[in-house]
Design a protein around this ligand. Structure first.
Ligand code: C2E
Ligand code: MG
Ligand code: MG
Length: 750
């Protein structure tokens, strides 16, 4: 049988690859003569504007095979009696039930009138006609076939219509699904094609407004050009791709022309329809093989008018959905999208994928100090720099105000390469800003499967890096998580202890190294446990700082200290100076200064009795915040001391600006006095203190040699176990009283 088809440019091609200007009819009969007669009768005939092509089968089995390979066969002329007396009826059964071909029309023919099927079969299996072979003369055959083809065409149109409408309706009602635009577009193409009596082939193209462009995994990254939102038939592969990928330049240009001119183009072989309004306009391209006549144009116009609003809704919702996954400021993926990518991104063999969280240091100061516009500009500049440095193979997202997330190959994403990207300043408005970053890094395969778990673990590494003063990055190791859980437990217990006022303030005395007199005390927190043990401040203070609890704890300590100093005063003790340790978070609290003033005033003590101890690292963390607060407090009479001097990174220029009274030599230097070279450090620290005009105090003095050494090098005061450990207020009272009575030489207390 001749199945060679004319595949000329402008002929519609059906899904099975056949030209659409032809009807396909299958003749099934075990009598060769019937085939010849049928071929002769239908030779050169056109029905409803199309030619007819025949397929031939000599048995029901062969017919079933041909039907399964050619789903666009419109009519089957079927002999009832073939290999078995009811082979034809069996085939009908196969066509409807197994091959699921409800549209194909069936004409039963039989040589023997006695083999007529029952009426029920004709009805159930939707058989169009039943004729004996004698009845089917030339004219009768053509009449029967025309009737069948007409009804086949109607059934097809109705079904295609129904499918198109179904797509449009379900897309409109599932607006929030990612696929809704696609489903909607497919529906529109199918529907219009069906209105024009064509098969569903075409494209729906739109210029995507900015918000949804450029998001990994959402839409193609070609914000300049139109994007194919829906494609049907042979264009299906182009779905969700940029129009630039459509190979045929002529089609590309007519689509662009339609979008530019904002009007339909009815061309000889193709139709491009304009739908919607900017910025939600789209072009629907259909290959029509003929110029659409006026009646059809009106029909299309009406249809487009009806769906325009629905189209606008669908695209608007798509944009909203995109916005939910994109950071509008940098146009990078946002936290939600990053979590999804952490879960789903696949890497080729040989790549060791890592996740990096990058936190910009001091971003809030820049934002507060230079204004939000400069801050925004900086974030955009950082995003751009990261994209330029790490390119297309790395996922880059902004997952928090000043935190960026990256996923990529370890060979590319390592601390050196990332931090090097911050060596040159960022242009932000008129400013050149040099910013640095802290990195939390982890190998994806060590971090579990779920995106959220991986993100949580990357944050654990980032927090570890922030706590580490000596390095700007930390790699995730599982032990960190155990530490984190432990810290959570402690943090909860600490909150309870704070509400139940279980934390105690103890005091460690400080001495004048010349007169041996008590010059002051340092307030040190103690957290007693029910078993009589104490949790060390070195354990719970960092946790309190991290959780922010330190702010409330700090207010309680200052209040307690002021009350205790007032009590001692009332009891006739000479006014005592008390050093109180202050953490960075306390400086950031807006009520910090007023809280201190209130406690001092309420207790009725002198402001000079309170000395704030801040470590060098606190000072260096956010110098401007600290210096501003200290200057205000200084005006009130409160004194300052730099704790753990020598262990931080104080720059001399900051030291000069600070209203500091005292410098505390860290106890590690005191401990190392007798180590080789150990004395040099402590000597230089003391000499620096003198040059800056500060009083010096050595902490951690445990033996007479240490005391003598620091005294010899001009240290003014000392504090340490040689004199006393920290003790509760009552013990302090007794301690001071004992020292007041006949002077006792400095010696450790029992
Ligand atoms: P720090 O301010 O440097 O306090 C001195 C620490 O050295 C205290 O430890 C003290 O008990 C200990 N110490 C004193 N003399 C000696 C000695 O001769 N030898 C040795 N080996 N150690 C000595 P503590 O009480 O465990 O406090 C540890 C840290 O906790 C403090 O270091 C301070 O940074 C912090 N801290 C304590 N109380 C508070 C508080 O109320 N607020 C804040 N923000 N931090 C506090
Ligand atoms: Mg201290
Ligand atoms: Mg100290």
């Amino acid at each position: 049988m001749d199945t060679a088809m004319n595949t000329g440019m402008n002929r519609q091609i059906s899904r099975s690859g056949h030209p659409q200007d032809t009807w396909y009819i299958l003749v099934v009969d075990d009598d060769v003569e019937v085939h010849d007669v049928t071929r002769l009768s239908l030779h050169n005939i056109r029905v409803l504007g199309r030619r007819i092509k025949l397929f031939h089968a000599m048995s029901a089995v062969e017919a079933a095979k041909i039907l399964s390979e050619h789903p666009d066969i419109a009519v089957v002329l079927l002999d009832v009696v073939m290999e078995s007396p009811d082979a034809g009826l069996q085939l009908v059964h196969t066509i409807r039930d197994q091959l699921q071909m409800p549209e194909v029309r069936i004409i039963l023919r039989t040589g023997q009138p006695g083999y007529a099927p029952e009426e029920k079969v004709i009805h159930d299996y939707d058989i169009n006609d039943y004729k004996t072979k004698q009845e089917l003369t030339h004219t009768h055959l053509i009449t029967a076939i025309v009737a069948c083809l007409r009804s086949y065409q109607q059934i097809r149109t109705i079904n295609q219509n129904r499918a198109g409408l179904h797509k449009i309706i379900s897309a409109s009602s599932n607006l929030l699904e990612q696929t809704s635009v696609q489903a909607f577009s497919d529906g529109v193409i199918t529907q219009i094609a069906s209105l024009l009596g064509l098969s569903a082939e075409g494209l729906l193209c739109a210029c995507i407004p900015d918000a949804s462009a450029g998001i990994t995994g959402l839409l193609p990254q070609d914000p300049q050009g139109p994007v194919i939102l829906g494609a049907a038939g042979r264009y299906a592969d182009l779905n969700q791709k940029p129009l630039s990928l459509l190979e045929d330049s002529h089609r590309r240009s007519v689509i662009r022309r339609c979008l530019d001119e904002k009007q339909h183009l009815f061309l000889p072989d193709e139709t491009v329809l304009y739908i919607g309004r900017e910025p939600h306009a789209a072009a629907i391209y259909l290959q029509t093989s003929r110029q659409i006549d006026l009646v059809d144009r009106e029909l299309i116009e009406m249809f487009l008018h009806n769906i325009a609003v629905a189209y606008q809704n669908v695209t608007l919702f798509q944009q909203l959905r995109a916005a939910a996954f994109a950071d509008p400021l940098t146009r990078l993926a946002n936290r939600n999208e990053f979590i999804r990518l952490l879960h789903e991104t696949k890497f080729p063999d040989g790549v060791l994928p890592v996740v990096v969280l990058l936190d910009l240091k001091h971003f809030s100061e820049i934002n507060d100090g230079l204004g939000q516009d400069v801050g925004d500009e900086l974030l955009r500049a950082v995003a751009k720099r990261l994209q330029q440095t790490f390119g297309a193979d790395t996922v880059i997202a902004r997952i928090d105000a000043d935190v960026f997330g990256l996923i990529g190959d370890e060979a590319v994403l390592n601390p050196l390469s990332i931090l090097a990207a911050f060596d040159t300043p960022f242009q932000s408005g008129d400013q050149q800003l040099l910013v640095s970053a802290t990195l939390g890094i982890g190998q994806l395969d060590l971090m579990g499967e779920a995106g959220l778990t991986r993100l949580k673990r990357a944050y654990i590494a980032l927090n570890a890096a922030k706590r580490n003063m000596l390095s700007n990055y930390a790699y995730y190791v599982p032990r960190m998580e155990e530490d984190t859980e432990q810290r959570l437990v402690i943090s909860r217990a600490l909150r309870d202890a704070l509400t139940h006022q279980e934390l105690q303030v103890w005091y460690q005395p400080q001495f004048d190294l010349q007169t041996q007199e008590i010059t002051g005390v340092e307030a040190l927190l103690r957290w007693p446990q029910s078993n009589g043990d104490f949790i060390a401040p070195s354990v719970f203070i960092p946790i309190a700082e991290h959780s922010g609890l330190i702010v409330d704890i700090g207010f309680q300590v200052i209040e307690q200290v002021c009350q205790d100093l007032a009590a001692l005063g009332r009891e006739g003790f000479p006014p005592l100076r008390c050093a109180v340790n202050i953490s960075m978070q306390q400086f950031r609290s807006p009520n910090f200064i007023s809280g201190i003033v209130q406690s001092v005033t309420r207790a009725g003590i002198r402001a000079e009795q309170i000395e704030l101890e801040i470590t060098e690292s606190v000072l260096m963390d956010e110098p401007d915040v600290v210096i501003t607060a200290l200057l205000q407090l200084k005006k009130l009479g409160i004194t300052m001391s730099i704790d753990d001097f020598g262990t931080g990174f104080s720059s001399l220029s900051y030291l000069r600006q600070l209203p500091v009274d005292r410098m505390k030599v860290d106890r590690s230097f005191v401990r190392d006095i007798h180590q080789p070279g150990g004395h040099v450090i402590i000597e230089s620290i003391l000499s620096l203190g003198h040059q800056l005009g500060l009083r010096t105090i050595a902490e951690g003095i445990e033996n007479i040699e240490q005391e003598q050494f620091v005294r010899k090098h001009g240290c003014h005061e000392a504090q340490g176990y040689l004199y006393s450990q920290a003790m509760p207020l009552n013990a302090l009272r007794r301690f001071i009283e004992r020292r007041r009575s006949p002077r006792v030489p400095a010696a450790p207390l029992p």
